[in-house]
Design a protein around this ligand. Structure first.
Ligand SMILES: [Fe+2]
Length: 294
């Protein structure tokens, strides 16, 4: 695939770190207009109490309003398993189109079964305004952006490239963080390696923005690096590590990882495009916990 990379466009990128889930949400502004996109927003949840709130999303909304920006796109890099998306909440207040990778339908099918959803849960991606295919382009103001299909962590993962900034989702972490796990249903370490190579084939100077950072070895939280830095120093895939090395390491490591704390609420909300499960006949909403289902 020949991607329409344009390193001459430098969008303004503002990161918002959510300490509860170590997620970074981004507001990306077209340099030539007031148009912007939001990548990977977060809804707050106190899972123990079954309580949701929108402080993090309200911070994004306040920034967009204070800067006088026009929100054109809400991008989900994938169906997150560690935090809940606030995209519909933000969309209701600011407008914009909600987009995710076309393979969301595969993810919906898998988790529709895990959560024993009925036919009212549509598995056709219709909760989203746009299902991106590999290489699809879209506009944020005058800036042409494109999606790269990067499966491996999940089947629907996409990296979104806007000018000289790429939002890598959970393909890569910072060089000292390595890569994301590949053991969720539909994940695959060898596929993830190939997808990472696609990201690393972007120009060396491409700015890469992480979806997560955990501050390994006590360093402060960071979320921006470059293709050159990742190629040289990524502890899982940099400095000439082979696919074989990666698959062996990733598989052994994943076998020892606990499930993310918020995987059960996250999947049920995010597979619906960030909508909450429907109300029951009394107008109440519930999340399910499948026993031994994950
Ligand atoms: Fe993820």
């Amino acid at each position: 695939m020949n991607y329409p990379t344009d390193m001459s466009v430098t969008p303004e990128v503002k990161g918002f770190f959510d300490p509860a889930t170590n997620t970074i949400s981004y507001i990306v502004k077209d340099p030539a207009s007031q148009s912007c996109a939001i990548v990977d927003s977060v809804m707050d949840i106190d899972y123990a109490a079954g309580r949701i709130s929108y402080e993090h999303a309200d911070e994004l909304i306040a920034y967009v309003e204070a800067q006088g920006l026009k929100l054109e796109w809400l991008i989900e890099t994938h169906v997150h398993a560690d935090h809940l998306s606030a995209a519909p909440y933000i969309q209701k207040k600011l407008g914009g189109k909600l987009g995710i990778g076309r393979q969301i339908t595969v993810v919906q099918d898998t988790f529709g079964k895990v959560f024993n959803e009925g036919t009212e849960f549509q598995r056709d991606g219709s909760q989203f305004d746009k299902l991106f295919e590999d290489g699809d382009t879209y506009q944020v103001g005058g800036m042409t952006c494109f999606a790269m299909h990067t499966p491996g962590h999940t089947p629907a993962c996409m990296v979104h490239v806007m000018g000289n900034a790429a939002f890598v989702g959970d393909t890569l972490f910072m060089p000292d963080g390595g890569s994301a796990r590949a053991d969720f249903p539909g994940g695959d370490a060898a596929t993830l390696y190939d997808s990472i190579q696609k990201v690393l084939s972007l120009p060396d100077e491409m700015r890469l923005f992480m979806c997560h950072d955990y501050g390994p070895n006590g360093r402060e939280i960071r979320w921006e690096t470059t293709v050159a830095e990742e190629k040289a120093h990524n502890i899982h895939v940099g400095a000439g590590k082979t696919k074989e090395d990666f698959v062996k390491f990733r598989t052994e490591r994943d076998a020892q990882l606990d499930m993310p704390k918020l995987i059960i609420p996250s999947l049920q909300v995010n597979m619906r495009g960030g909508d909450l499960p429907p109300q029951d006949k009394d107008g109440k909403r519930f999340l399910k916990v499948p026993l031994n289902g994950l």
